[in-house]
Ligand binder design. Sequence first.
Ligand code: 5RP
Ligand code: FE2
Length: 227
Amino acid sequence: MSFDRSIKIAPSILSADFANFGQEIRAIEDQGADWVHVDVMDGHFVPNLTFGPPAVKAFRPHVKTFMDVHLMIAPVDPYIEAYAEAGADMITAHVEAGPHIHRTLQAIKAQGVKAGVALNPGTPVEAIEHVMDLADMVLVMTVNPGFGGQKFIHSGVEKTRRVREMIGDREIHIQIDGGVTPETAPLVAEAGADVLVAGSAVFKGGSVDNPEVYGANMKAIRDSISG
Ligand SMILES: O=C(CO)[C@H](O)[C@H](O)COP(=O)(O)O
Ligand SMILES: [Fe+2]
């Protein structure tokens, strides 16, 4: 299959109803989500705790599209196999989470899943320059990781442009995560991003009983870009 450079929306289930993940995943996919973004936090690398491998395994049968697992954990290497076995299609690790990002990306690829490399807002793009050949995606964080609903950090736009230049003609996605809304989405899309994670902007005002709101929220993001 040829590389898909079109804009993809990846709702973060961090903003879903935690008592209802199966239905929430089905609702966002029925309403047009392209990927499902799963935020794994360890209470150490980031000041919040979320999903271990058994939770991710429980999400798997509900995901029909693409399960994108964002690991905000340190150390990361000891857990790669468990998240791959739980059914991740892509595993993204932070360059700040350990001293050996090259080894980490090799370990992800060895599991037969796609590999993403994430940059915190304060990390320069040069930190990933020498691992581009191992990456299927670069994640540019536009909030400090740990929580949904934070304000977009605007230096991420210029950073996205620099990552785009660094990628050249390689087949590598650029994902933006944090504070994506109809106001900020066109800025990062114009700078070269193709995967937009959105938690609060997709789930706000909706529910599994009122899933059309999710569809309208995703449409507002897409329309802001095509407009
Ligand atoms: O990785 C994350 C936080 O660390 C989340 O994916 C992100 O914050 C999404 O939430 P929102 O769209 O509400 O900012
Ligand atoms: Fe995330």
